[in-house]
Design a protein around this ligand. Structure first.
Ligand SMILES: NC(=O)C1=CN([C@@H]2O[C@H](COP(=O)(O)OP(=O)(O)OC[C@H]3O[C@@H](n4cnc5c(N)ncnc54)[C@H](OP(=O)(O)O)[C@@H]3O)[C@@H](O)[C@H]2O)[C@@H](O)CC1
Ligand SMILES: [K+]
Length: 489
């Protein structure tokens, strides 16, 4: 048997990248705010920071547009009074509609500092621009029916709408609407992202997102919003194996494996080969190597090549006995492994093989495949990130849980949310492209979590470059231009 040595690693590696901005639960946000108070900053001062930061953004976007600020009873309402006074001082015609008297000291103080007009919420007329400060992270239940109805009318009739911190009616941690959904033009998040900003179904209703810095320390946050990765170009010592050798196993439908192979090339792999039974498919291009095998033993032997950086199993695999044999062989090989598509449906029969496997396994389920894998795992999880984390922990694998909100989770608890994925990606074959792209990144630097994050970013960027209505092959062909936008200068 061939001795297994780690393949040389690429210079097409990950540079020190922006880790992405933090995503916090309400409890984590409260703790982070408390840490600021512990340094001697008062609640009033922090509210002023938040309200003036948000006011500045509204002023920049809306200028002197007449503005209605809707204020609730808590500190979100308090932010509203600060915003209203900020805009009033700029010369904007501002009206505040108060749902009730402020119930916190900071909100009462902010109310006292507002020098403009305050009217009752149930008597207010619609305005050109509306700012929602009814409820933020302290929302505990649905809005009262009549209040929600009037609120929806005011937001719907405004030409421009802002929600401060969170849209009222959205549950911050669970990222669901407690009332009917409401669409905003802008959401200004205070201090850090909350899950509702980035996870569906609320995320799509948030319009343009802005983060208002208020001095919260988010250094230790485990969950982050995706940020553009920074990738280093090959250096003078680079060669095809340092760049990364990707091996894609071919099953019943070679087209999907070919797409993954194209994508691996476009995402920077130095060498891509298909491993399959018998003769190559007629459409095999000259720049993809075909390694012919004869039976499972022959595949296992091909996978002993110590220069392989990543193996992909799943695209076009099928779900028959031959597919099972290929999956079993792939799980038994010594290389990092991406399990995608059909292989995810077969994987529950092989969970035992995941435990103690030396090299990492990366899973790329969409919703249907996730349900097959997860079963009851994470049934009590609060949101999509927690469900992905539960699966990653239970199977000791890396998980990229696809969707308009794609979640990447590592078994050590790190997670990234790739929100608002380009909707034209919803076409056949784009999953195969994602798997190939991830394989190239992983073969290049051997960091599974980073490979998933880079692939999610490159895939989305390539789709935007390809424009509307592209084929999966056109998407793969756009990957080099996406890669170019991430190269370190
Ligand atoms: N912490 C800080 O220092 C800073 C916080 N900041 C800001 O504060 C926001 C969080 O403030 P918050 O905790 O006061 O919560 P908030 O969302 O304003 O409302 C809670 C109030 O509403 C009530 N209530 C709840 N649901 C209800 C419903 N359906 N219908 C009716 N009432 C309902 C609830 O009363 P309950 O009846 O539940 O006891 C309570 O009275 C945060 O999002 C950010 O904007 C920034 O200024 C920076 C500094
Ligand atoms: K709000």
């Amino acid at each position: 048997m061939t001795a297994i040595v780690s393949p040389p690693r690429s210079s097409l590696a990950l540079a020190v990248a922006d880790r992405g901005s933090a995503v916090l639960t309400v409890a984590e946000m409260v703790a982070a705010e408390q840490a600021i108070f512990d340094t001697g900053v008062s609640v009033d001062a922090l509210m002023r920071r938040a309200g003036e930061g948000a006011g500045q953004m509204i002023w920049r976007i809306g200028g002197t547009t007449p503005t209605l600020v809707l204020c609730g009873p808590g500190n979100n309402g308090g932010d509203g009074y600060v915003i209203a006074e900020f805009l009033r001082a700029k010369g904007v015609r501002v009206t505040v509609a108060a749902l009730s008297e402020p119930r916190t000291d900071a909100a009462r103080n902010a109310r006292a500092r507002f020098c403009g007009e305050v009217v009752r919420f149930d008597e207010v007329e619609p305005a050109t621009q509306v700012v929602d400060c009814l409820f933020g992270s302290g929302l505990t239940r649905p809005l009262d029916g009549a209040v929600w109805h009037r609120f929806a009318e005011l937001v719907g009739q405004a030409r421009r709408s802002f929600a401060i911190d969170l849209p009222s009616g959205a549950d911050a941690d669970r990222a669901v609407w407690l009332n009917e959904p409401l669409r905003f033009d802008h959401v200004l998040a205070l201090g850090a992202w909350k899950y509702a900003h980035l996870l569906e179904p609320v995320a799509s209703d948030c319009g343009a997102l802005s983060l208002i810095e208020i001095g919260v320390d988010t250094e230790a946050a485990r969950v982050r919003r995706i940020a553009r990765p920074s990738i280093v170009a090959p250096d003078a010592r680079s060669h095809k194996y340092r760049r990364g050798l990707v091996a894609v196993l071919v099953g019943a439908m070679p087209g999907a494996a070919l797409l993954a192979a194209h994508a691996a090339q476009g995402a920077g792999a130095g060498y891509v080969k298909l491993i399959g039974e018998g003769d190559p498919p007629p459409q095999l291009p000259a720049d993809i190597v075909w390694q012919r095998t004869d039976g499972a033993g022959s595949v296992a032997e091909a996978l002993q090549d110590s220069r392989i950086g990543t193996v992909v199993v799943g695209p076009g695999l099928g779900r028959d006995d031959q597919a099972r044999a290929l999956l079993e062989t792939a799980l038994g090989c010594p290389h990092p492994l991406i399990v995608d598509a059909d292989a995810l449906h077969l994987l529950p029969g092989y969970f035992a093989s995941l435990k103690g496997r030396g090299a990492p396994v990366l899973l790329t389920p969409h919703q249907g495949e996730f349900d097959v894998l997860a079963g009851e795992t994470g049934a009590d999880a609060i949101n999509k990130v927690a469900r992905a984390e539960a699966l990653a922990r239970t199977l000791d694998t890396f998980v990229l849980y696809k969707g308009a909100d794609t979640v990447i989770a590592a078994p050590d608890g790190r997670a990234v949310i790739a929100d608002r994925r380009y909707s034209w990606l919803s076409v056949a074959g784009t999953g195969d492209v994602l798997a190939g792209c991830m394989a190239a990144r992983l073969a290049g630097h051997a960091q599974p979590f980073d490979a998933m994050t880079e692939a999610a970013w490159l895939h989305d960027r390539a789709a935007r470059i390809a424009g509307p209505a592209f084929s999966a092959l056109q998407l793969a062909n756009a990957l080099p231009r996406a890669l170019e936008t991430c190269l370190e200068r």
